[in-house]
Design a protein around this ligand. Structure first.
Ligand code: NAD
Length: 252
């Protein structure tokens, strides 16, 4: 039986690829044979990752991209496509959070969180989808969150942005299906990365971990299966779906 998750010959763009989940997504796509364009604001870290992926035999290209800057988005995508070819897969991963009680969230907090997680994802997806629709094929994966489906305290703009991203996923899937472009979302629960490791080692973090049905936070590699499902032909009849990977957070 052919390898359902083989991505040889595919070209992928991962935003926010310099660290955390984005870095892992880029590594996994490259390991399955995709040429990968790595995009993030911090090009130093990207160049290092690009070097590592090339040393493992991968094809990749690093590009500076702030997803909140519309003109930078079209330039970066053109740069990627010139370097590695027309995009088949977009992993819309760049995201931020500002943790404050609702009454303390400032206008700037809202603008930066919603501007990155929802508007930024929209800008990148729209630009990439234009080319995909012209070619009649493409696959977009939006990295949302269980906090797009449920809420916790002190993350109101984040919850709103991720809820919006899940609806954007459905709206895009609906409109782009006839053009051969599939659009799905991954909704991770709590996954340990550099930015939250300290928190999970704290008293509050341990309490949160113990409240999860599986009694532990997830590791980035535990998203590999969902990513490969959505990025490959294994999901060719899936569009508009959200794949939740949360250790039971939503059923706690
Ligand atoms: P992270 O902070 O380690 O990584 C986020 C990445 O996005 C970084 O590379 C950062 O440079 C990039 N980024 C931020 N703003 C950007 C901008 N304006 N332009 C370009 N790049 C930008 O966090 P992470 O945990 O790896 O999160 C990755 C994604 O997964 C985010 O969308 C996050 O909301 C989502 N997510 C994470 C978790 C988790 O528990 N780690 C859970 C659910 C969802």
């Amino acid at each position: 039986m052919a390898d359902l998750f083989d991505l040889t010959g595919r070209v992928a763009l991962v935003t926010g690829a310099s660290q955390g989940l984005g870095r892992r997504f880029a590594e996994v796509l490259a390991a399955r044979g995709a040429a990968v364009c790595l995009a993030a604001r911090q090009t130093g870290k990207l160049a290092e990752l690009a070097g590592e992926l090339r040393a493992r035999g991968g094809t990749c290209h690093a590009v500076a991209l702030d997803v909140t800057d519309a003109s930078a988005v079209s330039r970066a995508i053109a740069d990627c496509e010139t370097a590695v070819g027309p995009l088949d897969i977009l992993v819309n991963n760049a995201g931020i959070a500002v943790s404050k009680p609702f009454l303390e969230q400032a206008d700037d907090d809202w603008d930066s969180v919603v501007g990155t997680n929802l508007r930024g994802a929209f800008l990148v997806a729209r630009e990439v989808a234009k080319g995909m629709a012209e070619r009649g094929r493409g696959n977009i994966i939006n990295v949302a969150s269980v906090l797009g489906l449920d809420v916790v305290g002190s993350l109101s703009p984040y919850c709103a942005s991720k809820g919006g991203l899940l609806q954007l996923t459905r709206a895009m899937a609906h409109e782009l299906a006839r053009s051969g472009v599939r659009v799905n979302a991954i909704a991770p629960g709590y996954i340990e990365t550099d930015i939250n490791r300290g928190f999970f080692e704290s008293e509050a973090g341990r309490r949160l971990e113990n409240a999860l049905p599986v009694r532990r936070v997830g590791q980035p590699e535990e998203l590999d299966g969902a990513l490969l499902l959505l990025a490959s032909d294994a999901s060719r009849y899936m569009t508009g779906s959200t794949v939740t990977v949360d250790g039971g957070f939503l059923v706690r």
